[in-house]
Design a protein around this ligand. Sequence first.
Ligand SMILES: [Zn+2]
Length: 51
Amino acid sequence: MCSTGGPMADIDLKKLKTKRYRCLDCGNDFKGLGRKVICPSCQSDNVECKE
Ligand SMILES: [Zn+2]
């Protein structure tokens, strides 16, 4: 059975909304995803959600 060819299953990208965060240590603005967000610049988890 070939089940491909139709529209691809909706990838849950729409649910995976990124949120904007700001690092309280270095002030870096970045987009984070998930519960455990760390600053990509200094790897600190001392971040706040801006949304
Ligand atoms: Zn930082």
